[in-house]
Design a protein around this ligand. Structure first.
Ligand SMILES: *Cc1c(COP(=O)(O)O)cnc(C)c1O
Length: 389
């Protein structure tokens, strides 16, 4: 791992200076990077509508920035909805993208003015028809790509394509507006071809429903899945865009349906650096080869995505010299609170108790996953900065 592939020397110095007198652990989010990522995405997908997946980082600073940049939003609960409304986001910019919802959740969205709902089951669809009459619905289909996504979102969401077709037909019967098809190929999806297979399924559904039922679907929601910069290499967003646009045109022509994207990780991930401190270093036996490095950040105060070592964050220290493979664990009294044991990070032998560790690309799915008070540890403290500060 080479630090300058993640951050310029200048930015690295800025982060260190900013962090110097602050008590760890904390996260620093550079909002200018979020802005840059948003602009990069819209430049690469000029034809797409962006619905930011609020769950990746629901901070007011992030939501207002994206609101002012013109983004739309995808919410998963009434709590996210209320927060957006309180920030002045208009309901026509909000989609309800959770397939699991109570009738009262649907009603609250409808009464707030939201008219775009996902579904993947008959019971949920009937709920929507009752609580949000006449709304636009899109049906989420299952996709492949579990093996190549670092944080898969399969199985729990979506249904087989044939069932999706049945639901679209039922939606029309129930007086809803059958609007489109959605999918999510898995978060941090490294295999771009997974979008090809998913778009082909959508193509099949568009044709079937047009020919047999005279239903004209209008939209494809291609979800998230675009990468942040972790330890394993991924393609640039421009390569994703080029390939995905080609798949779309191959299947639908240049006059393709409306496209929605729901990025979370790719907008926020690279904007964040978690600063932590080494609390303890130990070996488990006289002859143990690996040191255990315990830090004041762990699975329960921000790093839950290290579950099964799924997401491998780039970790840096200011120490130099000879390195050794280590096991890295968090500070709580829970034996699950080990971030990396199978995958061994090389850290300098000179690393000592009290030294700082810098966890790069930690802007997404960290604060929102942090526990409230496990072992008394508070939620992850966050500082929002801009380049000029
Ligand atoms: C989590 C989620 C996203 C965001 O996915 P990323 O891979 O973080 O971009 C988008 N859409 C839905 C429906 C989601 O559940």
């Amino acid at each position: 791992m080479n630090r300058d592939t993640y951050i310029s020397n200048e930015d690295w110095k800025k982060i260190k200076d900013f962090a110097e007198d602050k008590e760890t652990p904390f996260l620093i989010i550079n909002l200018d990077i979020v802005k840059k990522k948003y602009e990069e995405l819209t430049a690469n997908f000029p034809y797409a509508k962006i619905h930011y997946a609020v769950k990746a980082n629901p901070a007011t600073e992030v939501l207002t920035l994206l609101r002012d940049l013109g983004s739309n939003f995808d919410v998963a609960s009434v709590y996210e909805l209320r927060k957006l409304l309180s920030l002045g986001v208009e309901p026509h910019r909000i989609s309800y993208g959770n397939t699991i919802k109570k009738a009262s959740d649907v009603r609250e969205h409808y009464e707030a003015g939201v008219r775009l709902f996902v579904t993947d089951s008959e019971a949920d669809l009937r709920n929507i028809a009752k609580a949000a009459p006449g709304s636009k619905v899109f049906v989420r289909i299952l996709t492949e790509g579990v093996e190549t996504a670092d944080w898969p979102l399969s199985r729990k969401f979506g249904c087989q394509a044939d069932m999706a077709g049945d639901l679209i037909i039922l939606a029309k019967k129930l007086g809803l507006e059958p609007y489109g098809i959605s999918f999510h190929v898995g978060s941090q999806q490294r295999d771009i071809a997974t979008w090809d297979a998913a778009i082909s399924k959508a193509r099949y559904l568009f044709s079937w429903l047009k020919e047999e039922e005279n239903i004209n679907l209008k939209m494809i929601n291609m979800g998230g899945g675009f990468p942040a910069n972790y330890t394993s290499r991924t393609n640039e967003i421009s390569v994703y865009a080029e390939e995905i646009t080609r798949y779309l045109i191959e299947d639908f022509g240049t006059d393709h349906p409306e496209i929605i994207l729901e990025p979370g990780r790719s907008l926020l991930g690279d904007s964040g650096v978690i600063v932590s401190e080494v609390v303890l270093i130990s070996r488990k036996s006289r002859t143990a080869l690996n040191r255990w490095i315990f830090t004041d950040i762990g699975k329960f105060n921000g790093l839950i995505e290290t579950l099964e070592e799924s997401i491998k964050f780039p970790i840096f220290t200011e120490r130099k010299g000879e390195t050794e493979e280590c096991i890295i664990a968090g500070p709580t009294c829970d034996s699950q609170d080990i971030m990396y044991e199978d995958f061994k990070y090389d850290l300098p032998l000179s690393l000592s108790i009290g030294d700082r560790l810098y966890w790069f690309s930690t802007g997404a799915y960290t604060t929102s996953y942090s526990s409230i008070e496990f072992n008394g540890f508070p939620p992850l403290k966050t500082y929002y900065i801009k380049d000029i500060e």
